[in-house]
Design a protein around this ligand. Structure first.
Ligand code: 2P0
Length: 348
């Protein structure tokens, strides 16, 4: 009987507070600007992935996501498989006693505990988990930074899910992408009272994929260049300082302004891209009214490539923020439910 080698891992969803939108190299997923995200608690939103390989498997690599077979022939998945196999082969070439796992077909089995492709960063957790599961299977000595470089080629935002807490993605300048990697700005424990609530406005698959949307924005939006070249570089600095200083008001203001800026470039795309709907806009109004009632900024909304809102707040304001949202959930048509909690303390 042939041996089966197996390793499992989980990777969390990350939600950007400075958004990645635009590629300078679509093949390598090299971005036009740096970005920064908060990694959510694995208890709520995560992908669980098991990678296995065996000489007895059918010759083709395979991937099962939530029970459905996925196409693995795409360039992105292939790039991840190729890079990880090459690293394993280096180990095997230097050590005759190691089993030749790099030559065996791979079987990947992934489960998301949240809606796939509904603007909830499913590809981020998905590729991060895929890359780390295979790296574990191959017993690679790679650092999270090395793995972030590989996961980025699967999906740009995936590089940020290799770290916990507050995570930046440096756009880099090298043509081969060697310096376009994720880095930890601060671990979750640095600001342990940070909380996020996810308002699932719609679990439907998004209308315009991120890859198509962002490249149309780059090609047609006149607002885009100012965002990528001036606004985001400044905000990256402001945001890192706000996190270091645990300055929630600045964190919140920059988060909301960057979400608005990203969606403005979407609207400025031709033909326009609409990710926010009327329920999203109602969520913005509620956050504004919460902040007005508090007399200071205690809640921050942000939206990715979909209508679902993520609202950041501090634990001490749980009642005023999450409590209010929870009390109106169900009364508003279109709010299918809510999930959320703290940021992850898992730095793996
Ligand atoms: C982000 N988004 O920073 C931004 C904000 C959506 C809006 O990263 O083409 O799925 O796979 O590199 O990572 C979504 O884009 O795009 C995304 P690809 P990805 O989280």
């Amino acid at each position: 009987m042939s041996e089966i080698h197996r390793a499992s891992t989980t990777a969390p969803v990350n939600i950007a507070v400075i958004k990645y939108w635009g590629k300078r190299d679509p093949k390598l997923n090299l971005p036009t600007n740096s970005s920064l995200s908060v990694t959510l608690s694995q208890a709520d939103l995560r992908t669980h992935t098991t990678a296995s390989c065996s000489p007895s498997y059918p010759t083709e690599d395979s991937l099962l996501l939530n029970g459905s077979p996925q196409d693995v022939s795409g360039a992105r998945t292939q790039a991840c498989f190729r890079e990880l196999r090459a690293l394993r082969k280096q180990l095997e070439d230097g050590n005759d006693t190691l089993p030749k796992l790099s030559t065996f077909p791979l079987k990947i089995v992934s489960e998301n505990n949240f809606p796939t492709a509904a603007g909830l960063a499913s590809s981020a957790a998905g590729f991060a988990a895929l890359v780390r599961a295979i790296a574990n299977l191959y017993e690679l000595p790679s650092s999270p930074t090395d793995l972030s470089r590989i996961a980025r080629q699967g999906s740009g935002s995936a590089c940020r899910s290799l770290f916990g807490g507050y995570v930046g993605w440096e756009q880099g300048s090298a043509a081969d992408g060697s310096d376009s990697t994720a880095f930890q700005v601060a671990p979750a424990e640095h600001w342990p009272n940070m909380r996020a609530i996810v308002l699932v406005v719609s679990a439907a698959k998004k209308g315009v994929s991120s890859t198509t949307g962002m490249q149309t924005t780059v090609a047609t939006s006149s607002l885009f260049a100012a965002r990528a070249n001036e606004t985001v570089p400044r905000r990256m600095q402001e945001m890192q300082k706000a996190i270091q200083d645990k300055d929630f008001e600045t964190f919140a203001k920059v988060t909301m302004m960057d979400s608005n800026s990203f969606h403005a470039t979407c609207l400025d795309t031709y033909p326009p891209i609409f990710y926010l709907n009327d329920v999203s806009k109602a969520a913005i109004k509620i956050v504004e009214s919460i902040n007005a009632a508090a007399g200071k900024t205690i809640a921050a909304y942000t939206f990715d490539a979909g209508p679902n809102a993520v609202v950041y707040y501090l634990e001490e304001n749980e009642k005023q923020v999450a409590g209010l949202f929870k009390s109106i959930l169900g009364e508003k048509e279109g709010w299918a439910g809510q999930r959320g909690q703290g940021v992850t303390a898992n730095d793996e």
